[in-house]
Design a protein around this ligand. Structure first.
Ligand code: NDP
Length: 331
């Protein structure tokens, strides 16, 4: 690849850009496929910074199932062109700001989900890289009480949890069943429902070893899906939030007039599916809850994985057994 350097003949430009090299290490793939298509490239051009963007020195990144689905070519029709540097989630330090950036400056510690839309034209140069360029509106200042690894795991999952609860019209006093309570999204749906929205009852499903985690996050009822079928139980909920792909069963336990949010798989009436939109203002709104510890990031204890082990980290995520977020740190 060609090395793009900022006008090195001009001393003025060189002076502001001295800390940012022309090339960086990044994980990339040139063809769709399983995790083995990922290669560590030592000389990818550092992305150019648009006028509404900041360049972030990535300290930590996190993986999402959508990274895997995209790499498998499931969204080929609307994807960015190959080669791809994958990764939506990151936390790091602003090292450059575009001319129209209003509220961020060099040195700010930020976190965010870097592609406004995950499926339609996601960024070609993602967060599994030493540097990534992202619109100011998609990021927020990192809560001081959490570290980069914890922050990196939050954006896509917490924005999905928040958007799903909003779209379902969730509010204080309502009950909710979270399918997939121990995953990246589920751990945050439980906490937001309980701590931010004031749910009356939060129930969630997981396998036996993860039931204690569900309770520690605020679930009133932890259902062991290896022993009980939630759809055969008598309880009905105002909202069912399906992060597993059980849309047809989910509608059996919703109250009349209630909502069923489906993130993946089949949708049955009255369920609905949506695709998350990245929005830094959601992170900013939730920051006080993160700062105070009312809402806690859950980082999978098998990680954080070092940057050299992104392939191993993806293979682990793709077992479907991760607890909370699979995080890459340090980058
Ligand atoms: P994760 O990989 O973090 O989920 C893993 C978790 O799922 C594990 O803890 C596992 O627990 C749990 N799980 C697996 N099977 C079941 C089951 N039958 N019942 C209960 N829990 C189960 O995924 P995410 O949370 O990040 O994402 C979940 C899904 O939502 C993915 O398909 C993802 O692509 C999609 N998604 C869609 C979005 C959208 O905008 N539409 C946005 C974000 C995610 P255990 O080991 O106990 O089985």
């Amino acid at each position: 690849r060609s090395v793009v350097t900022a006008a090195s003949s001009s001393p003025a430009v060189a002076a502001v850009a001295t800390d940012v090299p022309g090339t960086m290490k990044a994980w990339a793939y040139e063809e769709y496929g399983d995790a083995s298509v990922l290669k560590l490239d030592e000389a990818v051009s550092v992305p150019a910074v648009g006028e509404d963007q900041v360049l972030v020195r990535v300290a930590a990144a996190a993986l999402n199932p959508v990274d895997s689905k995209r790499r498998m070519g499931k969204f080929k029709a609307t994807d960015s062109p190959l080669p791809t540097v994958p990764g939506y989630d990151m936390a790091g330090v602003v090292v450059k700001v575009g001319s129209q950036v209003k509220n961020l400056k060099e040195g700010d510690e930020v976190y965010g989900h870097i592609s406004e839309k995950v499926l339609e034209g996601p960024k070609q140069f993602g967060s599994l890289a030493e540097y990534t360029a992202v619109e100011e509106k998609l990021v927020a200042l990192k809560p001081k009480s959490i570290d980069f690894a914890q922050a990196a795991g939050l954006p896509l999952a917490i924005e999905t949890a928040h958007e799903g609860l909003e779209r379902a019209g969730f509010s204080a006093g309502k009950s909710i069943l979270v399918l997939g309570g121990a995953g990246g999204v589920g751990t945050l749906v439980i906490q937001l429902a309980k701590q931010v929205y004031g749910a009356s009852t939060v129930a969630a499903t997981a396998s036996t070893p993860k039931l204690e985690l569900l309770k520690s996050l605020g679930a009133d009822v932890a259902i062991d899906y290896t022993k009980d079928n939630f759809e055969d139980m008598p309880e009905k909920y105002d909202v069912v939030f399906d992060a597993v792909g059980q849309g047809e069963k989910a509608v059996k336990v919703v109250k009349e007039g209630g909502s069923v949010v489906v993130l993946t798989g089949a949708v049955a009436s009255p369920g609905f599916r949506f695709v998350v939109t990245s929005d830094g203002s959601v992170l900013a709104k939730l920051n006080p809850y993160l700062e105070s510890g009312k809402v806690k990031p859950v980082v999978d204890p098998k990680g954080p994985f070092p940057f050299s082990q992104v392939v191993e980290a993806f293979s682990y995520l793709e077992t479907g057994r991760a607890t909370g977020k699979v995080v890459i740190s340090p980058v």
